[in-house]
Design a protein around this ligand. Structure first.
Ligand code: ARG
Length: 463
């Protein structure tokens, strides 16, 4: 290598250094520096294995492993000078290691390539995000269980088409989200278990002729086993796509709940009061208390699903094995992970702090003919009518109540009997909202006893 402007790591066959634009499009150091700790952990494991296999000397491996810790402390202390000319975190760390320990640094890259190195670093980074998502989801589920337990028997309207449908309980509604976030948790756990195979030692794409021990490095880095095909190991980004996909579904669930909180906290609904800690004011309208956190959580799906689509498109049609296209994987996952964790934490905080307005919920639960189905069911159960006839009779009573500007329980017995002569005063028992929810004892139904059983089941699951 005679030309000092060509790259130190791969410039042997190059006479000239890269154009500035080439350097700009090629470099990833501005973002992949977030994987510095993973890169150094991977290199330390690799060096220890090279020595254990007598591929490099113990003294070289010791120098490398100690030197890498020095580099790590410089990075953590903010004194490390990143260089765009050195492209990425892998070459930045190795170049600095050379300055710190000299010649032994050149032996670190034996039996390894940046292709298995980056796959390893990125897997380690993404694995931490599966764990962070798991913690965030568990904390949110706990907060929801707190709400569900307190309000297991608070009645509220249940909706379909956002029209009043049947009364439900606050606890039941909270537990619906526990089920959703519980599935998100299990998706994160499934994907984490599937991705936990080590790419290290796949080298550039074909493996290596050095007698490396891939089990040793896999174990040192907390992987369950080495990935079984070197071509696949360097070109697989399924783990990132699975993270983004699970994150997108979770963000979708968050957006649905956030939307309900936005609606429920409005002056028109008044179902919940969000805490001051999770609301903002308006600079012009003094009366305003805005649900900004909920709105932003509602919006996060945009960038998270965007990242999922973006990486899927990057990977689509790529031939085996590594292609530089894959450098475009990291920013998507970084951004999606940051925003998912923030959204989960914000939702947990909002749920812990919010208070349901029991009276507003109860008042709304009783309006909008919410017990019409209970009336129809009573006609079937007590008078033995076919459900379709009962539905028709109930519909005519709803119309009558509407004409009179009242709700079903406000109709007189005579008015009831105008629709069917056999109706007795007992019918009024089922028109009460409390009776309605208490009667829905089918498994998974809204009755407070069912809700309490589900809260207990979930407490057992998450500990
Ligand atoms: N910065 C690269 C990336 O993120 C590292 C791998 C480079 N490999 C290569 N053959 N040029 O993908």
């Amino acid at each position: 290598m005679t030309d000092t402007t060509s790259n130190k790591m791969w410039g042997g066959r190059f006479a000239a250094g890269p154009d500035a634009i080439m350097e700009a499009i090629n470099a990833s150091i501005s973002f992949d520096q977030r994987m510095a700790a993973q890169d150094i952990a991977g290199s330390r494991a690799h060096a220890a294995m090279l020595a254990a296999q007598d591929i490099i000397s113990d003294s070289d491996a010791d120098a490398i492993r100690k030197g890498l810790l020095t580099v790590l402390s410089e990075i953590e202390g903010g004194t490390f000078a990143y260089s765009t000319a050195l492209e990425d975190i892998h070459m930045n760390v190795e170049a600095r290691l050379k300055e710190v320990i000299g010649e032994p640094a050149g032996r670190l890259h034996t039996g390894r390539s940046r292709n298995d190195q980056v796959a390893t670093d990125f897997k380690l980074w993404t694995r931490d995000q599966f764990d962070a998502a798991e913690s965030g989801l568990l904390a949110l589920i706990k907060a929801l269980l707190g709400q569900a337990k307190a309000g297991a028997d608070w009645v509220m309207p249940g909706f379909t088409h956002l029209q009043t449908a049947q009364p439900v309980t606050w606890g039941h509604h909270m537990m619906a989200y526990v089920e959703m976030f519980g599935r998100d948790l299990s998706r994160m756990r499934d994907a984490r278990a599937r991705m936990n195979e080590s790419p290290l030692g796949a080298a550039a794409l074909a493996g290596t002729s050095f007698p490396i021990d891939r089990d040793m490095t896999a174990q040192a880095l907390g992987f369950d086993r080495p990935a079984a095909n070197s071509l696949d190991a360097v070109s697989d980004r399924d783990f990132a796509l699975e993270f983004l996909s699970a994150a997108s579904i979770c963000a979708m669930h968050l957006s649905r709940f956030a939307e309900e909180l936005v609606i429920w906290s409005s002056a028109q609904f008044r179902f919940v009061t969000l805490s001051d800690r999770f609301s903002t004011g308006s600079s012009i309208m003094p009366q305003k208390k805005n649900p900004d956190a909920a709105e932003l959580i509602r919006a996060k799906i945009g960038r998270i699903m965007g990242a999922n689509v973006a990486l899927m498109m990057v990977m689509k049609g790529l031939p085996l094995a590594y292609s530089k296209d894959m450098q475009e994987d990291k920013e998507q996952v970084f951004d999606a992970a940051d925003n998912l964790m923030l959204a989960l934490a914000a939702m947990e905080g909002m749920v812990k702090d919010m208070s349901a307005n029991r009276e507003s919920l109860a008042a709304a639960a009783g309006s909008g003919f919410s017990t019409a189905t209970d009336l129809a069911d009573w006609l079937v159960r007590v008078l033995g009518l076919p459900f379709r006839d009962a539905h028709h009779i109930t519909g005519s009573l709803v119309a009558l109540a509407e004409q009179n500007g009242c709700d079903l329980p406000d109709l007189t017995l005579e008015q009831m009997q105008s629709a069917h002569g056999d109706i007795t005063a007992d019918v009024f028992d089922v028109l009460g909202v409390e009776n309605s929810v208490n009667s829905r004892m089918s498994y998974g139904g809204t009755a407070p006893a069912q809700v309490r059983a589900q809260v207990a089941r979930w407490k057992g699951i998450i500990g």
